[in-house]
Design a protein around this ligand. Structure first.
Ligand code: FE2
Length: 687
């Protein structure tokens, strides 16, 4: 929290009547990162349970060097009387002449005259002349912090004005109100060296991939192989695999499990009424029947109904196309997931044939390409943007508005909020804005984009955000080679045990959870601003037990870390090779069989310019950020007490073990699954 300092020098006049002075020893640690040091003056005021010190200038004969990058500087702060147990410090650094710079202090240690040492973790940028208040590091819920009721209330009041909700578009989760990228509070930005805006600019991606020459082309592709020659650089192991195997049914099926959208597939026990697949179509040569295979749990469905009826985009004045397909898949005895049938639109009829692997090569391939394009669009807006980015922002804004820094939940979640507000501001302004990349180059980026996001939010459930329940609800417990599930469940379990131990250290029973009004405000704001008070979402409106709290906090950390990685990091791997994941389709879906050939397929795929721009965007979105911090690493030591610090170490050990196991599992795989390897999972939604 911050407010304006009083006159610089008047506060230094100490009362004369006090007689004996007591001295506090103050040590200030400035971070050893780029631009962390300040040449400004630094003032401190100590706040104790029995009174305050004066506002003191921290200065010695080395004044200029006291707060440079990496400095550890000690000072004596006199006080007329004992001020009791220290609970807060106030820091400010007024301009030096006309010069104001940024400062990143790590922590301040204060030794009292009574011999006690108090540690004040800071770990944030101070880039103004305001007074900033920091609490002593011991984590405290409100009921265990009786001396600080006013301090907590003042902090929250300040935060409520720093972090305001904004209704960006009707039917979407509310977001952080901001006039510009740099008007966002610096408290949640880790590094000034990360030039986030440049990194997010499409031009950067086009340059890095050497695609500037094709970015404006409206020419269609005339040969699939031309795509290889135009885009020769920046391949990855999976990009190469996709380029070689994109036409294969087994790879098509595999991607519903371990590609960037593992969230759609579900076991099918009854065929949907609008998808009249028959045994004759799919098992005419035996030995199976659909009924038997469904009974055995071997039939799966991917239904893109959320896309039904949406108007596709118009790109460079040309109408685009997007369908809402239904896909039926079969788990074969050799543990492959093979597509059996595809219907490209939701309403069955003569103009909406059910395509089969036995159709002509191009009829079947074209049907699969329409599915992959639908998947690209549903993935980007629902699975990636809404279910990870926008929700992470809701969790963050509610945390900052409602939970004071001394609260254990604030300390626990802070590392999972870094850079999220910045990246989402950029996503709103550079991806889904009027001239945004998504709006200009994707089929769902047109006038119905918000409609899709709105539909997606209204169908979103709490259980679908909790991977153990999600997997069970979708009937996917025993599907072979489902690495998203295997790694995700392991990761969820590790996070859940860590969160449980941490929170049980601070909450002895359910009653303490119930009466924690700050915590209750956090969840009620999430329910209201994130899920628009939709009771059917199943999102709790309040917490009544420790168990409920543990589950929700586990979901928050999992969503901001593992889940985001699972749906973000493979975007270039699976989408870089455009035919495997076209952002849009230039011609309508076939209404009859036997009408598609290689030429019509090439005319239907995105043109050269759209391909280049989509590829550049996926390249940028798949890169890890320059100040990437892996899951479970907490470079900022916000917890003081031994027990939580040991729990963090144990958490890190468990994550390391999972990482080693995933690496061993991946060794024999042609297509390794690395997105939930804790070493590759970032702590927060930061790209
Ligand atoms: Fe992302």
């Amino acid at each position: 929290m911050s407010h304006s300092p009083k006159d610089s020098w008047s506060n230094r006049i100490l009362p004369l009547s006090s007689g004996k002075m007591v001295d506090f020893e103050v040590t200030v640690f400035t971070a050893n990162i780029d631009y962390a040091g300040t040449l400004n003056n630094v003032y401190i005021e100590l706040v104790g349970t029995d009174g305050n010190s004066e506002r003191e200038l921290l200065m010695d004969y080395l004044r200029t060097w006291n707060f440079i990058r990496g400095a550890v500087s000690s000072f004596t702060v006199p006080c007329p009387v004992s001020i009791g147990k220290l609970i807060q410090i106030k820091l400010d650094k007024p301009r030096f002449l006309f010069f104001e710079d940024n400062w990143f202090p790590k922590k301040v240690e204060v030794k009292s005259p009574e011999g006690d040492t108090y540690n004040f973790p800071i770990y944030r940028w101070i880039n103004d002349s305001e007074v900033h208040c920091f609490r002593e590091g011991t984590a405290l819920t409100a009921c265990k912090d009786p001396h600080s009721k006013t301090i907590r209330e003042q902090e929250i009041k300040q935060r409520e004005s720093d972090y305001c909700w904004h209704d960006h578009a009707e039917g979407l989760p509310h977001c952080m109100k901001a006039d510009s990228l740099f008007s966002l509070p610096s408290a949640l930005r880790f590094s000034y060296t990360k030039d986030i805006e440049l990194a997010f600019t499409l031009g950067t991606g086009l340059i890095e991939l050497k695609l500037e020459g094709v970015a404006d082309s409206v020419d269609d592709w005339t040969k699939i192989d031309d795509i290889k020659t135009v885009f020769p650089c920046r391949s990855t192991q999976i990009y190469d695999y996709a380029e070689e195997h994109w036409k294969e049914d087994a790879f098509f099926g595999y991607q519903f499990l371990n590609g960037v959208n593992p969230m759609l597939i579900r076991r099918c026990s009854t065929l949907p009424k609008n998808f009249p697949v028959t045994d004759e179509m799919v098992f005419s040569r035996g030995p199976y029947t659909l009924a038997e295979e469904m009974k055995k749990g071997n039939i799966f469905l991917c239904d893109f109904k959320l896309l039904d009826g949406l108007k596709a985009n118009i790109i460079k004045e040309k109408q685009q196309y997007m369908t809402a397909p239904l896909v039926l898949l079969h788990k074969t005895p050799d543990d492959k997931l093979m597509p059996l049938a595809i219907q490209l639109k939701q309403t069955p009829g003569e103009d909406n044939p059910i395509f089969l692997p036995t159709d002509s090569e191009y009829d079947w391939l074209m049907a699969k390409i329409f599915v992959r394009s639908a998947d690209f669009n549903l993935h980007q807006l629902n699975v990636h943007l809404l279910r990870t980015h926008l929700l992470a922002e809701v969790f963050t804004v509610s945390l900052m508005r409602n939970i004071p820094m001394v609260h254990p939940l604030h300390k626990l979640l802070l590392a999972h909020t870094w850079d999220t507000l910045e990246i989402n501001y950029l996503a709103r302004n550079q991806l889904i804005s009027k001239n945004g990349t998504y709006t200009e180059f994707a089929a769902a980026g047109g006038e119905d984009m918000m409609k899709l996001l709105k539909r997606s939010l209204s169908s979103l459930t709490y259980s679908s955000l909790c991977i153990p329940e999600d997997i069970t609800e979708r009937g996917l417990q025993t599907v072979p080679n489902f690495y998203y599930r295997d790694d995700g469940l392991e990761l969820w379990g590790i996070i859940q045990r860590f969160v449980e131990r941490m929170l049980k250290f601070y909450y002895n029973n359910d009653a303490e959870v119930k009466k924690d009004s700050e915590l209750q405000k956090w969840i009620s704001d999430i329910f209201k601003h994130g899920f628009l008070s939709k009771v059917s979402s199943g999102i709790p409106q309040r917490f009544t037990t420790v168990e409920e709290l543990v589950k929700f906090v586990t979901m928050v950390i999992f969503t901001c870390s593992g889940q985001h990685s699972a749906v973000n990091s493979g975007q270039y791997d699976y989408g870089g090779w455009m035919p495997n994941s076209p952002s849009t389709m230039q011609r309508p879906p076939p209404t009859r069989k036997g009408k598609t050939n290689q030429d019509t397929m090439l005319q239907t795929l995105p043109n050269k310019g759209v391909t280049a721009n989509a590829m550049a965007a996926l390249w940028l979105l798949s890169k890890s950020s320059s100040d990437y911090v892996p899951l479970g690493q907490y470079p900022e030591a916000h917890f003081n007490e031994t027990n939580p610090c040991e729990l963090i170490k144990h958490f890190q050990g468990m994550l390391q073990a999972l990482s080693a196991n995933i690496k061993i599992r991946n060794l024999p795989l042609k297509v390794p699954y690395t997105y939930m390897d804790p070493e590759k999972v970032e702590n927060s939604v930061a790209i």
